[in-house]
Design a protein around this ligand. Sequence first.
Ligand code: GSH
Length: 215
Amino acid sequence: MLKLHSFTRSPNPLKVRMALNELGLPHEIKEINLFKGEHMSPEFKKINPMQGVPVLEDDGLVLSESNAILAYLGRKLKTSLWPIDPKLEAAALQWLFFESTLLIRRCGILWWSETIAPKTGMEGMTEGELVEATEDLMDTFDRIEPLLSGQRYILSNDFSLVDCSIGPVMNMLRETRLRGLSKWPGIQAYADRVRARPSWKISDGDAIYSSTWKN
Ligand SMILES: N[C@@H](CCC(=O)N[C@@H](CS)C(=O)NCC(=O)O)C(=O)O
């Protein structure tokens, strides 16, 4: 059975949990509590030398990098959630690279500093870093708003595995200074659409918000 090393409260593993649940794939979850430093153990370092989650194990394959895992699952399953045509697959990969270069780090700076750090007492980024990330994100959002005000999901009107990556990342901003995304109604509607999917709930998507934590 597929095995996913995950941490419920973190966004990158959420991307893969959503994909597994969208695809209806039976899987085992091994929770790695990052807040307790479980990813720093010598055992986990053997599984992922980068000491981060998610990591997927599948029949001898040990794969890290959330977006690589999404592409692997799409290819392996020949699912309607991932394009088979090379040109369409290249477009899907383009968006996964877009997410990993232009979105996750900047959203992560805001999410960590304004959602996680205040709740856990861990250190956030400087105000200068937060302002820079915000300005960069606003510029990026201005550029993709036209796309998302014209179609329901990133590739088309149909949900795809690309949305398992970009959807959670857009939803990371709910408890940050970019909450509401009201300046970009297309992006806001997209984020809400992804969050309304059954796979979000099954994957415990709201666990990325510190307001849902009981301790
Ligand atoms: N580029 C990686 C990033 C993985 C990553 O940084 N995961 C975070 C959780 S969201 C983590 O494990 N952080 C632990 C650490 O960096 O110490 C991916 O997309 O999977």
